[in-house]
Write a protein that binds this ligand. Structure first.
Ligand SMILES: Nc1ncnc2c1ncn2[C@@H]1O[C@H](COP(=O)(O)OP(=O)(O)OP(=O)(O)O)[C@@H](O)[C@H]1O
Ligand SMILES: [Mg+2]
Length: 455
């Protein structure tokens, strides 16, 4: 997670630089050649230990006695050295494999014997004479990764008869996870892709009532419920937006109040006082409910809002009003990493969504269109005779991806949205949508922001 200015996350992220090699690592260690870290024990060719036994140093007492059951790693290193033809040579200058200290070439006193080399903090076995594993820069670390140490086991099934059997047998019978469970796990992994910085996505449509607010809430809730970082939805609707009605209201504060007090906002808890949080952990920053005031929410206001929020949140979703001409829209389009173009599952809805893309193409946002995801939202129970496969193909040719969101009785209510109350196929579609959007997380902030052609 990116370093954020808040009281819960440290301002300075843990250093990502790898730990430095021990300064006492022998300088004469080979700089190339096989080591225990280049080949996992599972990849050790059979018979390599025999080769080591015939070509390597005979088992003689070493500085530190090797355990009776010498690990595979050690045998593998011996094999590598045998291949280089230096198995009988001391691995550490100044240490005879038979336990006799000798001066290193060019060194009067010679380095410390290997068994005294400070190696604290690493999974390293001090020198064991001929059996000490070696890496390019010194003693090789044993591979203690879980993948190496854990025996492969089937994942417990999550759904269906497999789950029933697993639970009913008290975990004794594990038929393994189904293909559906595995696919879902992969989608969740995609949703959880690392995100450096703040990813901004705006819901857009020229037509009203197609589901922009519904998409903002459901997509935001899906991210918030699956990711460990912070997700916020901002209402940039100039006409009394309804976003704040989609989660339980915790505050009457709006974006206006946040901007008014922006100079006093230092920590996450400061900004949290202006937001409401739903059961999924999604936070919502409400718009002004007086249309006369919200109409005045300008491009500058929007930019200031996002500049503030990106210090504290990893994903910012913006619910736009209908149309592309309202005051904040230029700011929305300029700061967005990508767009969700929402279309209803009807011909007029598809035409409006397509016209939205035309307008964006014509006004200098072609790059944004190509990064956008189109959503065909079944806001009505039936789509009649409309061939939605063709509609999908149309958007697939223009956008990065197309996802369909089915009709859902819980969404139809138009009230607060709880993911748990959605039909399983609606949740599955949202998971797919979130994974598709997250596939672009690696490019957060990378968009070249070109000046917009004046309208
Ligand atoms: N997938 C869906 N299933 C069932 N009903 C839906 C779905 N999506 C949207 N709706 C219904 O459509 C209504 C309008 O949706 P929503 O408010 O999200 O549209 P909007 O594009 O934000 O509208 P506006 O342009 O007025 O802001 C919702 O109140 C809900 O009743
Ligand atoms: Mg709306």
């Amino acid at each position: 997670m990116e370093a954020r200015d808040d009281d819960e996350s440290p301002a300075t992220p843990p250093s990502s630089s790898p730990p430095s090699a021990p300064t006492s690592a022998p300088t004469s260690a080979p700089t190339s050649g096989p080591t225990s870290t280049t080949t996992s024990s599972g990849e050790t060719p059979s018979g390599s230990s025999e080769t080591a036994a015939t070509n390597g140093t005979p088992a003689e007492p070493s500085a530190v006695a090797a355990p009776a059951d010498s690990p595979e790693t050690t045998r593998r290193v011996d094999t590598a050295e045998a291949a280089r033809g230096d198995a009988a040579q001391p691995r550490h200058p100044g240490v005879d494999p038979r336990g006799t200290a000798a001066a290193a070439p060019g060194s009067a006193a010679g380095p410390l014997p290997v068994e005294r080399t400070p190696l604290s903090g690493r999974f390293t076995t001090p020198g064991r004479g001929a059996h000490a594993p070696q890496g390019p820069n010194g003693p090789a670390t044993y591979d203690l990764s879980s993948a190496q140490l854990l025996r492969p086991s089937k994942r417990p099934p999550q759904t269906g008869w497999r789950r029933a059997l697993f639970v009913g047998s008290g975990g004794l019978v594990n038929p393994g996870e189904s293909a559906g469970d595995a696919a879902r796990r992969e989608l969740i992994a995609r949703v959880n892709q690392p995100l450096h910085g703040c990813y901004k996505i705006a819901m857009l449509s020229l037509k009203g009532g197609v589901g922009k607010t519904t998409m903002t809430t459901t997509l935001g809730s899906t991210f918030a419920s699956l990711r460990g970082d912070r997700v916020i939805a901002v209402d940039a609707n100039p006409d009394r937006g309804t976003l704040s009605q989609k989660i339980p209201l915790e505050t009457t504060a709006t974006v206006r109040h946040l901007l008014r007090d922006a100079n006093r906002v230092r920590r996450y808890s400061d900004v949290r006082a202006y937001t409401s949080q739903g059961p999924s952990r999604l936070e919502v920053l409400a718009s002004e409910q007086d249309p006369a005031v919200s109409e005045a929410f300008s491009e500058v206001d929007y930019r200031r809002t996002v500049t503030l929020l990106e210090h504290f949140y990893n994903v910012v979703l913006t619910d736009c009003g209908t149309g592309l001409m309202h005051s904040a829209m230029k700011g929305v389009l300029d700061v967005a990493d990508s767009l969700l173009i929402v279309s209803s599952a009807s011909i007029d809805g598809a035409r409006s969504a397509s016209a939205t893309l035309d307008w964006l193409d014509a006004h200098g946002y072609r790059d944004l269109v190509s990064r956008s995801v189109a959503v065909i939202n079944y806001a009505r129970r039936s789509s009649g005779n409309v061939d939605l496969d063709r509609v999908s193909d149309h958007f697939a040719a223009r956008c990065r991806a197309v996802v369909r969101l089915p009709f859902d009785p819980h969404l139809e209510e138009g009230a607060e949205i709880e993911l748990d109350k959605l039909a399983s196929r609606t949740r599955a579609a949202l998971l797919e949508l979130a994974a598709t959007v997250a596939d672009d997380f690696g490019r957060a902030g990378s968009r070249v922001r070109r000046p917009m052609i004046p309208r």
